[in-house]
Design a protein around this ligand. Structure first.
Ligand SMILES: [Zn+2]
Length: 275
């Protein structure tokens, strides 16, 4: 797992085993806040180890940016912490997380100790502010990848943990393409130093404008491309011809997962357009 210090008391982690998924830690004098929990227990426990034995504080809060397994299934490894999320995240973890964990456990013995822990503290609209040390963490809804997404702004440092509402290849299969465009436009207004994407690398200040533009262009391009084939009888068969490069993205993103994510976006859009 990669670890980096993003600014004073703010750390970033990136998985080396699962889709470059990321997590964060913001630490104060008495306790720390974890933002997302990664996919596999080994990596989650490495984060906890770092916080407890190198930063020498306990974890008091865990924030889930959304309910997907690779961001929330590690909640159980922070037993003393309060889990904070959007109200929809709690509902989805309960309805969908629990059954999908049962299935996943049968396929992957590494998940044996995992239990779903539902967020105890939730919000629906507006912002929620959490003060840790000298920093405000501002939690705000950021839908599009899923309709329980939130982002976490480290206000003083202008660092945004965007969750999966900002990715190297936006993924809208479980969300809504227009919501994702709206979330990305929101990001552009924040005057950020860094965007921590839910997957992939940290985006630096000088790269933000281009990344925002590229993601919005991509989402508009897939809408347009799917619309163009949707009227055809064999529309589904035509989707593989809509290559990711034609929509302004490179297939090398996320170590080769990009084209797969892209094709699943096209299928989801076609399914929606077909009603
Ligand atoms: Zn996700």
């Amino acid at each position: 797992m990669h670890r980096e210090r993003v600014s004073e008391n703010v750390f970033w982690f990136q998985s080396e085993v699962y889709a470059q998924v990321t997590a964060g830690v913001v630490v104060g004098p008495q306790w720390a806040v974890v933002i997302d929990t990664l996919a596999l227990p080994d990596e989650t426990l490495t984060i906890r180890e770092f916080i407890e034995h190198e930063l020498n504080v306990p974890v008091r809060y865990v924030i889930n940016t959304h309910y997907h397994a690779d961001h929330s299934w590690g909640n159980c490894f922070f037993p003393g912490a309060t889990v904070v999320a959007h109200a929809n995240c709690r509902a989805y973890l309960e309805e969908r997380g629990a059954p999908s964990l049962e299935t996943a456990k049968r396929q992957n013995p590494a998940l044996r100790q995992v239990k779903i822990v539902l967020p105890q503290m939730t919000f629906i609209n507006g912002d929620l502010t959490l003060r840790v040390g000298k920093k405000n963490l501002i939690l705000s809804p950021a839908f599009g990848h899923s309709d329980d997404g939130i982002s976490v702004l480290v206000e003083e440092d202008r660092i945004l943990f965007a969750g999966d509402s900002f990715m190297p290849v936006p993924h809208v299969v479980d969300g809504d393409v227009d919501d994702n465009i709206a979330s990305i436009k929101q990001v552009a207004k924040l005057g950020l130093e860094n965007i921590v994407q839910g997957h992939g690398d940290i985006i630096l200040r000088g790269e933000i404008d281009a990344a925002v533009k590229e993601n919005i262009n991509y989402l508009n391009a897939i809408k347009k491309s799917v619309k163009a084939v949707a009227k055809r009888k064999n529309a589904a068969e035509l989707l593989p011809d809509i290559k990711i490069e034609n929509c302004g993205k490179s297939r090398v993103y996320l170590s080769g997962l990009a084209e797969g994510l892209h094709q699943s976006n096209l299928k989801a859009l076609l399914y929606k357009m077909a009603g």
